[in-house]
Design a protein around this ligand. Structure first.
Ligand SMILES: *Cc1c(COP(=O)(O)O)cnc(C)c1O
Length: 395
């Protein structure tokens, strides 16, 4: 039976009805066509090569460094969530996706980056600069005027917002518009916000990248990245880069990421509600020096985040009283929260960022980056409260 009703969500971003809410899109996008006997989930195909037609024809499946049927459903689903008219391009890591975009800057070009951003992104552009490939200018993306002042002659404006790990919030529509007037391409790392909370393409950005390792996959079990754009030209350029450089994702990982994506809205809703509640309680805790979360009315990012985002995300910046040693003592005293790098999983994790010698020296020594998960908020609070009080006793 082949005349069953066509599943509007089955065939990718262009055919995805714009009227569906994103929570629905996360569940429905990237499904196989709804015909009797078909599986409801796309299969994992483990094959490096395909039976050829003898003579290579257009669209012929050849070899899975170029494309594989396991990538498409995830690429379509993330593109639909970001509101892109082209499918995404999945990579073997967030860094591979980021490298594909940075590689587009011409030799001798200029790149503007946030002074605080994912450490390895900054390391990547520094490495390009060291080899005289490009010049790099670092800006405070929360200061629109100072940021825009650096756009003259830029080829690429790279924005991360909220920034990792400082949680500065960029006024994306203002920065994107100014960057375009200066003739620059704009790419936004949307990992912290997710497309449920912030959609840079709708604000005019050319490219969005994600470390899908984090919220999109959401279970700390895969390393993956993806780029999304509505430009057919940029999409083709990034796809060609992936084939040339071979930074491809394994089919199992992409299948797991799509499975994780199905619950994205549930996870993000719960995690950011937990984060807002914890940030509020932390802001009056006697053992806390400073807490950063854009949900807090007094937070420097609150006004912009309230205007351009659909939420505040689930990452908190916490500086306990007593400096780096006290911060380490808090981490050690926690029982439920897991000390670990990375973020965006269902489980709550945290780390003191300056334990990495490569972290920016402008990140405070005592800053704990907390990735709030989906556990019960009272359990999370009880553990935090006892660990902070334990630290107070040591002061
Ligand atoms: C983790 C992270 C990356 C890098 O992604 P990988 O999947 O680890 O390669 C890039 N940007 C941000 C904001 C991240 O948190």
């Amino acid at each position: 039976m082949t005349d069953a009703p066509h599943n509007p969500a089955a065939t990718g971003p262009r055919s995805h009805p714009a009227t569906l809410a994103r929570a629905t899109v996360a569940v429905t996008a990237g499904r196989p066509p709804r015909v009797q006997g078909a599986p409801v989930n796309p299969p994992v195909v483990l094959s490096s090569t395909y039976v050829s037609a003898g003579v290579a024809g257009p669209g012929e499946k050849l070899y899975t460094r170029m494309d594989t049927e396991t990538w498409g459903p995830f690429e379509d689903a993330v593109a639909a969530l970001e509101g892109a008219s082209q499918p995404g391009v999945v990579f073997g890591s967030g860094m591979a996706a980021i490298a594909s975009v940075l590689s587009m800057v011409p030799d001798g070009g200029k790149v503007v980056v946030p002074r605080h951003a994912y450490q390895v992104t900054l390391g990547f552009v520094d490495d390009m600069a060291l080899r005289h490939r490009v010049t790099v200018v670092r800006v405070d993306v929360a200061d629109s005027e100072a940021t825009i002042a650096e756009f003259a002659g830029a080829d690429l404006v790279w924005i991360e917002s909220p920034t990792n790990p400082m949680l500065e919030v960029a006024d994306l529509p203002v920065l994107i518009d100014a960057a375009h007037r200066a003739g620059a391409l704009v790419a936004v790392d949307n990992t912290f916000a997710t497309p449920l909370v912030q959609r840079p393409l709708e604000m005019g950005a050319d490219i969005v990248v994600h470390s899908a390792t984090k919220y999109l996959a959401g279970h700390s079990d895969v390393v993956l990245g993806i780029t999304v754009t509505s430009s057919a030209h940029l999409n083709a350029t990034i796809r060609a880069y992936r084939t040339l450089h071979g930074a491809i994702a394994g089919p199992w990982e992409v299948w797991l990421a799509l499975r994780g994506l199905r619950t994205l809205s549930l996870r993000v809703e719960r995690a950011q509600a937990n984060a807002a509640e914890l940030a509020l309680r932390l802001s009056t805790h006697p053992a806390v020096e400073q807490v950063r979360h854009p949900s807090l009315p007094g937070d420097p990012g609150h006004e912009v985040a309230s205007r351009i985002m659909d939420g505040y995300g689930a990452i908190i910046g916490l500086r306990p009283r007593g400096g780096a040693a006290a911060a380490d003592a808090v981490v050690a005293a926690l029982a439920l929260w897991t000390p670990a790098t990375s973020l965006g999983g269902v489980e709550s994790t945290l780390e003191r960022r300056r334990r990495f010698p490569t972290e920016s020296v402008t990140v405070p020594e005592d800053l704990l980056r907390m990735s709030v998960g989906v556990e019960d908020v009272e359990d999370l609070w009880a553990d935090l409260d006892q660990a902070l009080n334990h630290g107070l006793d040591q002061l």
